[in-house]
Every structure is written in structure tokens, then in C-alpha cells.
Design a binder for this molecule. Structure first.
Ligand code: FES
Length: 124
């Protein structure tokens, strides 16, 4: 039995946290971030719709800009090398800056609802 040719493995470093992982060529930066333990915002779960998984490529080669990125990133962000992590594929070892705004915030504490009032309102 012949093993399929292994894909190349690359080092992916996320700054400023310094979290890192090794990922196969073609892996999305979002998947690599998750593997590294980074809580990157991704409301649309990698569908290229929410625009929340913005990162900046500091070094290394990645895939070409996609239509989703052109539609979700501003001209200023594109000029600053912002990319959508879910749409960007790793083509070499890369270093990526993760802006604060792209990190998932802790969920706010959910206050107990007033169930009786809700039931009263929903039965109208
Ligand atoms: S996860 Fe929503 S655009 Fe990337």
C-alpha cells in the first residue's frame, strides 16, 4: 500500500500572544488559530460573511485575496494587509498579527430573566 504524499507543514505564529502551531499547506488561518488555542472571533463560523476574523499578515506567503475579503474589508484595511483568517490559506510559514478587535470577548454574564413576565407577554 502506498501512502499519499504528505503535505508540507508550516509554522504559524500569532502575535502579540506568541501562540503558535504547525499547519499543513492550505490550512486556513482560522483553523490554525483554533489549533493554537487562540479565540479568534468567528460569528459566521468561517463562512466569510461576518468579517470578524480580521488578521494582519506580518510575514510569509498566503493565498490570494478572495471575493469575500474584498466585500468585507475596507480599502484602508486592505492597504494595511488585513485578511479574513477564514478565507486565507497558509502557503509557507507565516507570522500573523491579531488585532484586539478580532479576539472573542468573554460572554457577558446572563441575567436571570423574569419568566413570569415573558410568559405573560408571549401569551398575548
Ligand atoms: S469567521 Fe466570519 S468572516 Fe471569517
Amino acid at each position: 500500500m502506498v501512502n499519499p504524499m504528505p503535505s508540507r507543514q508550516y509554522l504559524v505564529i500569532f502575535e502579540p500572544s506568541g501562540l503558535r502551531t504547525v499547519a499543513s499547506a492550505g490550512t486556513s488561518l482560522l483553523d490554525a488559530a483554533r489549533r493554537a488555542g487562540l479565540n479568534l472571533a468567528s460569528v459566521c463560523n468561517g463562512q466569510g460573511i461576518c468579517g470578524e476574523c480580521c488578521v494582519v499578515i506580518l510575514s510569509g506567503q498566503v493565498s490570494e485575496l478572495t471575493q469575500d475579503e474584498l466585500e468585507n474589508l475596507t480599502e484602508a484595511e486592505l492597504l494595511q494587509h488585513y485578511r479574513l483568517a477564514c478565507r486565507t490559506r497558509i502557503l509557507s510559514s507565516v507570522t500573523v498579527h491579531v488585532p484586539e478587535k478580532s479576539l472573542m470577548r468573554q460572554q457577558e454574564k446572563i441575567m436571570p430573566c423574569e419568566g413570569d413576565q415573558w410568559i405573560a407577554n408571549s401569551s398575548k
